[in-house]
Ligand binder design. Structure first.
Ligand code: NAP
Ligand code: HSE
Length: 434
C-alpha cells in the first residue's frame, strides 16, 4: 500500500489529538483511502514538557524546519496557532510544493489571500476544515455540498467557549469568571481567552464561512464584532422572560439582490423555539439557508482535542487522495465567484433590539424614553419594568421593532443622557430568522 509521510507542527491539544486519532484509526483511514499515513516528525516548542499525549521522543523536534524540510515529509499539518511562525512555516511548505493542513483560523483570517495565492503559485493546496467549528464538516458542506446554492443567510454558534459560558450562566446562574476558568481547563479556550470572549475567534470563523459563501475574501476589519463580556445575568434572565436565549451568533446575510452582505458577530437574542436556542455547552451549530436546498443545520463539537482532530483527519483524507491522484487543484483552497461583493457597514443593518436600561423609578421617565424612540421612528414592541420602589433604580427593558443600527444607537445615546437613566444602556439585537 502507498505510504504518505505526514509532518506535524504542534503537539498540543490539536496536534496531540491528531497523533492519538491516527494511532487509533490509522488502519481504518488507510483502508478507506488506499494509502497509509505515517507520522514522520512532530515539532513542539519545548522538548522537555510533559504531554497529555505520549509522543515517542524519536519523532519530536523543537525546530519546525526539520518537519517542513524533511525530504520524506510529503504533507504538513500546521497546528501551532498564531500568525508569525505558523505563516512562515506554511509558506515554506507550500513553496516546496507540499500540501498543508491548518486549523489556524486567526492566520487564515489575516493572511488567507496570501496563503491561497502561494498554494496556487506553487501548484499545491491548503486545507482548513479544522479552522471552523471543530468536528463539524461545514467547510466541506459550503464548498462541495452546497456548490449549487446561493447562500442567502448563515447563522453560526461558532465559538465553543462562549457558548459554554452563556449556557452555564443561563442554566446554573454561574458566574462568568468561574465558567471561563473551566473552559480553559478543558482546552476549549484560545490563549489568551480574550480572543474567545471578545468575539474575535468567532469573527475569524464567521469571516471564513462568509467568504466561502459569497466568493470574496472578507478581511477581519470589515466584520462588526461584539463579545460576551457585557452579557449579564440580568440580561439572560429578562431575555428568558421574553422567550429568548442569548447566543453569540455569527451572522452572514445577503441584504439585497446585489452582493451586499451583513457579516457580524454579536450576542443575539434567539427565540426559544428556534433550533439554535437549544445548542448548549461547547457545541457549535451552523444554520445555512441556501436558495435551492432551503434551511439546513449542522451541529457538533466545535472545540477540543478529538473533535478538531476529526476535522484534521478529514483534510488528511482529502490531501492523501489528491496526492494519490495527482489532482492538486481539484478543489482549490479558495475560488472567488460571482460577486465582487461588499460588506455593509453595521449602521445600515436593520434589526430588532432588546434594550436594558437602569432608571430611577419616578413619574414621566418611561414617557420621555418612549418619546425619544418615537422621534427616531423606532417602534416599541414590548416593555418590562419589574415592580420597584418609587425613587429607587430599577431595570427597564424594551423590545424594539426593526430599525437600523445607526438609528438605534443614536436614540440610545440620547436616552443615556436623561438624568433618570443611570449607567450605560445595554443593547442586543434580536434575530427572527425570517
Ligand atoms: P496548543 O494546545 O497551545 O498547542 C500548540 C502546540 O504548538 C504545542 O505543542 C506547542 O509546543 C507548539 N508550538 C508552539 N509554538 C511553536 C513553535 N514556534 N515551534 C514548534 N512548536 C510550537 O494549541 P491548540 O489548542 O492545539 O491549537 C492549535 C491550533 O488549532 C490553533 O490555530 C487553534 O486556533 C486551532 N484550533 C484549536 C482548537 C481547540 O479546540 N483547541 C479547535 C480548532 C482549532 P509545546 O507543546 O512544547 O508548548
Ligand atoms: N477557542 C475556540 C472555541 C476553539 O472555543 O470555539 C475552537 O476553535
Amino acid at each position: 500500500m502507498q505510504q504518505v509521510h505526514l509532518g506535524i507542527i504542534g503537539g498540543g491539544t490539536v496536534g496531540g489529538g491528531v497523533f492519538e486519532a491516527l494511532q487509533r484509526n490509522g488502519a481504518l483511514l488507510a483502508s478507506r483511502l488506499g494509502a497509509a499515513v505515517t507520522v514522520q516528525r512532530i515539532a513542539v516548542r519545548d522538548l522537555k514538557k510533559s504531554r497529555a499525549t505520549k509522543i515517542p521522543k524519536a519523532l519530536l523536534t523543537a525546530d519546525w524546519r526539520e518537519v517542513v524540510f524533511d525530504p520524506q515529509v510529503e504533507l504538513v499539518a500546521e497546528l501551532i496557532g498564531g500568525t508569525t511562525v505558523a505563516r512562515e512555516a506554511i509558506l515554506a511548505a507550500l513553496k516546496l510544493g507540499k500540501p498543508v493542513i491548518t486549523a489556524n483560523k486567526a492566520l487564515l483570517s489575516a493572511h488567507g489571500e496570501e496563503l491561497f495565492a502561494a498554494a496556487k503559485k506553487y501548484g499545491t493546496n491548503l486545507y482548513y476544515e479544522a479552522s471552523v467549528c471543530g468536528g463539524i464538516p461545514i467547510i466541506k458542506a459550503l464548498r462541495e455540498g452546497f456548490v449549487g446554492n446561493r447562500i442567502n443567510a448563515l447563522y453560526g454558534i461558532v465559538n465553543g467557549t462562549c457558548n459554554y459560558i452563556l449556557t452555564r450562566m443561563k442554566l446554573e446562574g454561574a458566574d462568568f469568571a468561574t465558567v471561563l476558568a473551566d473552559a480553559q481547563r478543558l482546552g476549549y479556550a484560545e490563549t489568551p481567552p480574550d480572543l474567545d470572549i471578545d468575539g474575535h475567534d468567532a469573527a475569524h470563523k464567521t469571516g471564513i464561512l462568509a467568504s466561502l459563501a459569497h466568493g470574496f475574501w472578507i478581511k477581519p476589519k470589515k466584520i462588526h464584532v461584539e463579545g460576551i463580556r457585557q452579557v449579564s445575568a440580568l440580561d439572560i434572565k429578562f431575555a428568558g422572560e421574553l422567550g429568548y436565549t442569548i447566543k453569540l451568533l455569527g451572522t452572514v446575510k445577503k441584504l439585497d439582490a446585489g452582493c451586499r452582505v451583513q457579516v457580524s458577530v454579536y450576542p443575539t437574542l434567539v427565540p426559544n423555539n428556534h433550533v439554535l436556542a437549544s445548542v448548549n455547552g461547547v457545541f457549535n451549530a451552523v444554520f445555512v439557508r441556501g436558495d435551492v436546498v432551503g434551511d439546513s443545520l449542522f451541529y457538533g463539537r466545535g472545540a477540543g482535542k478529538d473533535a478538531t482532530a476529526s476535522a484534521v483527519l478529514s483534510d488528511i483524507g482529502d490531501a492523501v487522495l489528491d496526492l494519490k491522484s495527482g489532482a492538486k487543484n481539484r478543489l482549490p483552497a479558495f475560488t472567488p465567484h460571482e460577486c465582487s461583493g461588499a460588506v455593509a457597514p453595521i449602521d445600515e443593518v436593520v434589526s430588532k433590539y432588546f434594550v436594558r436600561l437602569n432608571v430611577v423609578d419616578k413619574p414621566g421617565v418611561l414617557a420621555r424614553i418612549a418619546t425619544i424612540f418615537g422621534q427616531s421612528d423606532i417602534g416599541i414592541s414590548s416593555v418590562i419594568q419589574p415592580e420597584g420602589h418609587e425613587g429607587a433604580s430599577v431595570p427597564l427593558i424594551f423590545m424594539l421593532h426593526d430599525a437600523t443600527n445607526g438609528a438605534a444607537k443614536q436614540a440610545l445615546a440620547k436616552i443615556a443622557k436623561l438624568p433618570a437613566v443611570k449607567g450605560k444602556p445595554v443593547m442586543f439585537r434580536v434575530e427572527s430568522f425570517e
